[in-house]
Ligand binder design. Structure first.
Ligand code: HEC
Length: 171
């Protein structure tokens, strides 16, 4: 080998060596950047799998006698059985809880309890008419009286008792 070739071989080995080191560094760098993203992707895959399972699950399931059917129990949103709104105890309580919303201040054209002049012509119609209007709702000149004050669950007798209470306060 000539001296020139010797020199070339030395330089060439150094360059190759440096390139190998750079390659290894780049591989290490790429791995350190790439690994978390891979983990995220795997986690996202798990979520996606769960969503796909949920969305493609059959919407009906059959309870089998003798088998464990606990997974079919219908979960309640709050965890407790829904309770109906409590009914007020009497006419006065009903007025205070429901009717006073409009009738105490005269909201939306409601005749104010205590405003005798406003109530006199209404009372003059007779109780039967007042009951009907309170029970079924009533569109008058002043506004709209919603049926049962918009509490459809009130028993008729309680609504009548409430009308009685409102009337006695305006006589
Ligand atoms: C959302 C408001 C509102 C609520 C709540 C409400 N009312 Fe009324 N009520 C009215 C309005 C408005 C009128 C007057 C309608 C008209 O004459 O134009 C009225 C009128 C009446 C009248 C007179 C009807 C007539 O023939 O002149 C009675 C009796 C009455 N309400 C009873 C009740 C009772 C009992 C409740 C509760 C159970 C109640 N209201 C709750 C708005 C309301």
């Amino acid at each position: 080998m000539s001296k020139h070739d010797q020199h070339f071989a030395n330089n060439f080995s150094v360059v190759i060596g440096v390139l190998i080191v750079v390659t290894l560094l780049l591989i290490a760098l790429a791995r350190s950047i790439g690994t978390p993203a891979e983990e995220e992707k795997a986690a996202a895959d798990d979520i996606t799998k769960a969503q796909v399972t949920a969305r493609t699950a059959p919407f009906a399931q059959v309870a089998v006698a003798g088998a464990d059917n606990t997974a079919l129990a219908i979960p309640s949103a709050s965890g407790a059985a829904p309770t109906a709104m409590a009914l007020p105890a009497n006419g006065e309580a009903t007025y205070k809880a429901i009717c006073s919303v409009c009738h105490a201040a005269g909201i939306a054209g409601a005749p104010k309890v205590g405003d005798r002049a406003a109530w006199a012509p209404r009372i003059a119609q007779g109780k039967a008419t007042l009951y009907t209007h309170a029970l079924n709702g009533f569109q008058g000149k002043a506004g709209v009286m919603p049926a049962k004050g918009a509490r459809a669950d009130l028993p008729d007798a309680l609504v009548k008792e409430t009308v009685d209470y409102m009337v006695t306060r305006n006589q």
